[in-house]
Write a protein of this length. Structure first.
Length: 224
């Protein structure tokens, strides 16, 4: 698979990460944080929703402990991403360490849904991951620079990540034989919206979902 073919696979992520990265950069600029922080955060943290959460916690002057706990719970889902890829990545070279680092929701969805020959898998996985991070870095830096140079109304633009993840999740659902975890996540999400406080809904729902998936792993892996 050549570079152009791999690039075409990442176009949906490109269309989401550029505006979303710009939204992150604009929010960062709105908090009077220098633009180059957008580059370093996107290069060395690269957590998507986690970076938005970090800005929100900065704005509320949260403690280091609160930031650590909230970030851990928000990104707990990546544990399950890694477990589902462990058999594939175990034979990769040193490149697997970067692939693990760059494993966002959208990258995971692409890796699981793309039709890739085994002989090209390591190269394709690495290229997809690197391209997706490049899109995010480019968008976040552009947003931060524009936010400092121009007045901009960015209300609602952060929803692009949610929209992108929904589209990729639907594709993953269609191609997966395991539908129970998806349905459990949807049910818990609705219960969380009704039952949990708005500012803690995401963290509590993620924690509850992780608990259910761990406790009932064997039953959920049954495809019947």
């Amino acid at each position: 698979m050549n570079f152009f073919s791999i690039f075409k696979l990442t176009i949906p992520v490109l269309m989401g990460y550029i505006p979303l990265g710009m939204a992150f950069g604009l929010l960062l600029s709105n908090l009077m944080i220098p633009w180059y922080y957008a580059f370093f955060m996107s290069a060395f943290i690269f957590a998507g929703a986690g970076q938005f959460l970090l800005l929100a916690l900065f704005a509320t002057q949260a403690t280091i402990l609160e930031i650590a706990v909230a970030t851990f719970l928000l990104n707990l889902r990546h544990t399950f991403y890694g477990l589902s890829l462990i058999s594939t990545l175990k034979d990769f070279s040193w490149k697997k360490h970067y692939i693990i680092f760059g494993l966002t929701d959208e990258t995971f969805a692409l890796l699981k849904t793309a039709q890739i020959d085994d002989k090209d898998r390591e190269k394709v996985y690495l290229t997809i991951t690197a391209l997706n991070q490049f899109y995010w870095i480019l968008g976040s830096v552009l947003g931060a620079i524009l936010g400092q140079a121009l007045p901009f109304n960015y209300k609602g633009i952060e929803f692009s990540l949610t929209a992108l993840f929904i589209v990729l999740s639907i594709e993953l659902y269609k191609k997966s034989k395991l539908h129970k975890p998806f349905l459990i996540a949807v049910i818990i999400g609705f219960v969380g919206m009704v039952s949990f406080p708005g500012d803690k809904m995401l963290i509590l729902s993620l924690g509850l979902c992780a608990m259910v998936l761990i406790l009932f792993k064997k039953a959920l892996n049954d495809t019947r």
